[in-house]
Design a protein around this ligand. Structure first.
Ligand SMILES: [Zn+2]
Length: 429
């Protein structure tokens, strides 16, 4: 890594295409009656659900709100981020840590502390009728199209994407994802050939994973993606333990956890992940803000994101590198931020990042924490949280960077964008 390298240690370059594909897979599993709900719906309630799918319609709308400025390709998003950073730091090159997300199980049964992955009773796989699948999907997409066309306040965030253009792009994606044929085929093959070392594939998750891996090859050394692990995805933990995600040219560099999707950091299944990451010096970025996705602080699984849930894990695996992302943001009491500051102080491998801080009024109070302990100075990273940051506030990249420049001295910002992420990733000059 050159001495003119800056990092965006927390961003997402996924696109609307990923989301639409993933929701299509979700619908498939609902119709297939294998989706692991908290309470498996009886055939009767399933029939009542048919034709409504409110959760899925809502999910698409929310994800669109989060992503509508990143409608072009993953590669476009990477280049956009690099170009915007170049305007701010003309002598430096931007490298990014794009974090995957796994939203597939957010409607599924939650996994509490000490609980193991469950076999949900009452699920009975039923052949999915293509015609029925298509009808239901059409209904969801029609609803989504109507929604998009009523939203006129899109952002010109991605290069060349105008308000009208972004609506057009979204409609084009809907068009391309209209047919259920491919999902149906993929599912049938996947269900038949689930072998050891492979995980349950859903269309969006696999699509995004492939796109990231393609970019790791075509933009060598420019991105360090983290793989999203949700222990409820069958086979994903076992696959991680084979090491295949972290070997070869197409590889990940760390793990992204989002307990807010409904799993407690101390659920039984995750212990093997922590041990593996600790043994193999793989960093973990863990969503640690009271807000996030879905967008309410009172979301039913918000509490799983409490950094205290990670304290026993840190004690057990002291050499495990953990980034408490967002440093406990969206919390007027700063309780979570205080915990993170304390964990940084008391431990050697705890990091944190200020991603999704869209105003100086949010950054300034964090600088007070910075002043408290010198150690935090070597543990705090810069991140944009692109494209999610637009969700919170309609800021441009320029405003986002300007805020950081205003609040932090150049040498401090350099440490946040270079020294600390290098150490987090285990890279040498
Ligand atoms: Zn994020």
């Amino acid at each position: 890594m050159g001495n003119n390298t800056r990092f965006d240690a927390h961003c997402h370059i996924f696109t609307l295409k990923y989301v639409v594909k993933e929701v299509k897979s979700l619908l498939h599993d609902i119709l297939h009656r294998t989706y692991p709900w908290t309470e498996p719906p009886t055939p009767k309630t399933l029939m009542a659900t048919k034709g409504r799918f409110t959760e899925l319609k809502e999910l698409l709308r929310q994800l669109y709100e989060m992503l509508h400025s990143a409608l072009s390709s993953e590669e476009d998003n990477l280049i956009f981020l690099q170009e915007e950073a170049k305007k701010e730091f003309p002598n430096d090159n931007l490298r990014i840590i794009p974090l995957m997300m796994d939203v597939f199980y957010m409607l599924a049964y939650p996994l509490d502390k000490d609980e193991d992955v469950k076999k949900v009773k009452g699920l009975r796989a039923t052949a999915v009728d293509e015609k029925e699948f298509q009808e239901c999907w059409d209904e969801i997409l029609d609803d989504f199209s109507r929604y998009i066309q009523t939203q006129k306040t899109t952002l010109k965030a991605s290069k060349g994407v105008t308000d009208d253009g972004s609506v057009r792009l979204a409609l084009k994606i809907i068009d391309e994802e209209r047919s259920v044929k491919k999902t149906l085929k993929m599912k049938t093959t996947a269900l038949k050939s689930s072998k050891a070392g492979s995980f349950y594939p859903t269309e969006g998750y696999c699509y995004h994973m492939d796109k990231l891996m393609d970019l790791v090859i075509s933009h060598k050394g420019q991105l360090f993606p983290f793989v999203a692990i949700d222990p409820r995805r069958p086979g994903i933990v076992d696959t991680l333990l084979t090491g295949s995600f972290f070997q070869g040219d197409r590889r990940f560099y760390g793990v992204k956890l989002y307990p807010r999707m409904g799993y407690h950091p101390q659920c039984k299944t995750m212990d093997a992940v922590y041990k593996y990451c600790s043994d193999n010096q793989l960093p973990i970025t863990y969503h640690c803000g009271k807000g996030g996705f879905p967008p309410n602080t009172d979301w039913k699984y918000t509490k799983y994101g409490n950094p205290l849930n990670f304290e026993p894990i840190i004690k057990q695996y002291p050499s495990l590198k953990i980034d408490f992302a967002h440093m406990g943001s969206t919390d007027p009491s700063y309780d979570w931020a205080k915990t993170v500051a304390r964990l940084v102080k008391e431990n050697d491998n705890v990091y944190t990042d200020l991603s999704c801080y869209t105003g100086t009024d949010e950054l300034n109070p964090m600088k007070a924490f910075w002043g408290e302990g010198t150690k935090l100075k070597t543990r705090l990273m810069f991140g944009t949280d692109f494209d999610v940051m637009y969700y919170t506030d309609r800021v441009t990249m320029k405003i986002y960077y300007d805020n950081f420049k205003q609040v932090f001295d150049p040498d401090v910002l350099w440490a946040m964008m270079h020294d600390t992420p290098m150490s987090f990733l285990g890279l040498r000059e």
